[in-house]
Ligand binder design. Structure first.
Ligand SMILES: *[C@@H]1O[C@H](CO)[C@@H](O)[C@H](O)[C@H]1NC(C)=O
Ligand SMILES: *[C@@H]1O[C@H](CO)[C@@H](O)[C@H](O)[C@H]1NC(C)=O
Ligand SMILES: *[C@@H]1O[C@H](CO)[C@@H](O)[C@H](O)[C@H]1NC(C)=O
Ligand SMILES: *[C@@H]1O[C@H](CO)[C@@H](O)[C@H](O)[C@H]1NC(C)=O
Ligand SMILES: *[C@@H]1O[C@H](CO)[C@@H](O)[C@H](O)[C@H]1NC(C)=O
Ligand SMILES: *[C@@H]1O[C@H](CO)[C@@H](O)[C@H](O)[C@H]1NC(C)=O
Ligand SMILES: *[C@@H]1O[C@H](CO)[C@@H](O)[C@H](O)[C@H]1NC(C)=O
Ligand SMILES: *[C@@H]1O[C@H](CO)[C@@H](O)[C@H](O)[C@H]1NC(C)=O
Ligand SMILES: *[C@@H]1O[C@H](CO)[C@@H](O)[C@H](O)[C@H]1NC(C)=O
Length: 451
């Protein structure tokens, strides 16, 4: 069942770029290669143990093809990792891989780490994965929300919301499951949506968006002691009434979805010679992009200081032409993001003013229907998942049409996790010094691989 490959020349819409462009002198934009469709699916299928297995899953409604939507994407060692959130019933595996190099244009998903590790109701297995990240040490960070059927009448909190870590460098794919405590994250209402990982000299941190309808916030997770805390800010993390209406190729729907996509800027030197980074985020139903220093988020006492404690640290960078789901920053601080109502992929160099620095890099009403997530590989390519999420939400998925695509473009960039630290940072005191030394060896090794 090899579908003909459609090489969509997605327009480089220089003439039709975002309205903000007109007001500002046009900065020199590096010429981007056009996005090409590398995979497209009417329906997502898996690599089954046997044809009989597939039939059993179909017969027992554990595989309902029209309910299987790809959402998140990441890259490691020649594979793309794709996530399949269990928003509806009939999703047999929630995390899977596809080899980057292959001839099939609608490849089957291989459950990762295994079929068994994707069993619904088994709390040693993955339940509901919306996004994953691979850090610079080859560790896969998996957000497992634990609750399945989020778009059904009866969402079911099967297992505690957890962070699951897999060291991909060993090839053993052993899962370390770290449940998040119920007093920090309510398992009945939380929605662990997306994450970025910050490999610091003193520790590894994950910043996670919880787009819970009841209690949205940013969860900070520290790896060394597995501690997590949640920071809330109503004014920047909740949906905004003026942005709850989505228009995609004639479909109109209302979604008041809270804080969703996020991105991490390159390390910067503070006046105290510490390393800090900027975290960028936006609610799905919002036109605004917000920024906050991660040093502020890492301060645990801020989480206890109540609702308005974060407000003075949050910067509103300005507005976008439409709503954004996923976003991703490269190592040079260039943000890639979608503009849902404009069928557009856009970029912004974060050293420039957001209000005038946004650029359209691709626009196409046929091929770009709901930009979900981005990833970079190790060869300067960016990949993006387009998934027509609005069709799933409105129960209008038709298996006679292409529903899911992965587009690719060569940008010469790599993920924010590889961003270099500026010189002059204070050495990390105590035991962490040894840590820092092995770190620079690792950097050298990686520099060679990437050269
Ligand atoms: C699946 O259902 C069909 C129709 O009811 C039946 O013929 C078939 O034997 C079933 N397959 C399996 C593996 O149970
Ligand atoms: C990288 O992972 C290895 C294996 O888990 C671990 O021993 C090492 O400490 C990690 N290094 C960093 C910098 O996190
Ligand atoms: C969306 O919300 C707007 C404003 O509240 C309302 O006028 C409109 O009818 C709603 N549309 C749909 C499709 O629900
Ligand atoms: C964020 O960090 C940068 C670099 O240290 C600093 O210049 C800036 O004032 C900080 N912003 C806020 C709002 O704290
Ligand atoms: C952490 O946050 C608390 C509460 O807002 C504040 O009093 C304290 O000064 C902050 N600590 C640092 C190191 O910024
Ligand atoms: C934040 O918003 C929620 C929902 O609108 C409301 O219940 C809560 O009181 C708000 N908190 C603050 C501090 O404004
Ligand atoms: C982008 O889409 C929004 C609707 O989401 C629309 O109001 C706006 O005019 C569009 N902007 C451009 C530049 O096409
Ligand atoms: C971002 O903008 C700055 C200032 O204009 C420029 O020096 C830098 O080269 C740009 N970065 C990229 C990756 O285009
Ligand atoms: C966009 O909408 C039109 C009109 O409903 C429809 O004919 C067309 O197939 C749609 N395009 C896509 C790519 O869904």
């Amino acid at each position: 069942m090899i579908a003909p490959l459609v090489l969509a020349a997605v327009a480089l819409a220089a003439a039709a770029s975002a309205q903000t462009d007109d007001a500002a002198p046009r900065a020199s934009v590096p010429r981007r290669e056009q996005f090409r469709v590398i995979y497209e699916w009417n329906v997502i299928d898996y690599e089954w143990a046997s044809a009989e297995d597939r039939e059993i899953y179909l017969n027992t409604s554990r595989y309902i093809p029209k309910n299987v939507l790809i959402s998140g994407i990441n890259f490691y060692g020649g594979n793309l990792f794709v996530t399949v959130p269990r928003m509806l019933e009939g999703v047999p595996a929630t995390l899977a891989t596809i080899p980057v190099q292959q001839s099939d244009t609608a490849p089957r998903l291989r459950p990762f780490p295994s079929w068994a590790a994707n069993a619904v109701g088994d709390c040693a297995a993955l339940q509901f994965v919306q996004n994953v990240e691979v850090d610079r040490n080859g560790t896969l960070w998996i957000l497992d929300n634990g609750r399945v059927g989020t778009l059904t009448q009866n969402p079911d909190a099967k297992c505690p919301p957890s962070i699951v870590l897999i060291d991909l460098t060993t090839g053993k794919n052993e899962m370390e499951r770290i449940p998040l405590p119920a007093d920090v994250i309510n398992p009945k209402t939380t929605y662990l949506n997306d994450l970025v990982v910050d490999n610091r000299h003193d520790d590894d941190y994950a910043y996670i968006t919880d787009n819970s309808a009841d209690d949205p916030g940013l969860i900070v997770f520290r790896r060394s002691d597995k501690k997590a805390w949640k920071i809330r800010d109503n004014s920047s993390m909740r949906s905004m009434p003026e942005a709850t209406t989505f228009r995609i190729n004639g479909t109109v729907l209302n979604l008041s979805v809270n804080i969703d996509g996020l991105a991490l800027g390159p390390p910067m030197l503070t006046t105290n010679a510490d390393i800090d980074r900027t975290l960028y985020y936006s609610p799905l139903a919002s036109y605004h992009l917000y920024a906050v220093n991660t040093s502020v988020l890492r301060n645990e006492s801020l989480a206890r200081a109540g609702q308005n404690a974060l407000r003075s640290y949050v910067r509103d960078l300005g507005t976008k032409a439409s709503q954004t789901d996923g976003m991703k920053m490269d190592a040079a601080g260039v943000l890639f993001y979608g503009l849902i109502g404009n069928s557009t992929i856009a970029e912004w160099n974060s050293t420039t003013d957001f209000r005038t620095g946004q650029r359209t890099i691709a626009r196409d009403p046929t091929y770009i229907q709901w930009v979900d997530r981005f990833t970079f590989d190790d060869r300067g390519n960016v990949y993006v998942v387009i998934n027509r999420l609005y069709k799933l939400i409105t129960n209008k998925v038709s298996l006679d049409e292409v529903n899911y695509r992965i587009l690719k473009s060569h940008t010469g960039s790599k993920s924010y996790v590889w961003a270099e630290e500026p010189a002059g940072a204070r050495p990390v005191p105590g035991s962490a010094v040894a840590h820092a030394a092995s770190w620079s060896l690792l950097l050298l090794a990686c520099a060679r691989v990437l050269a």
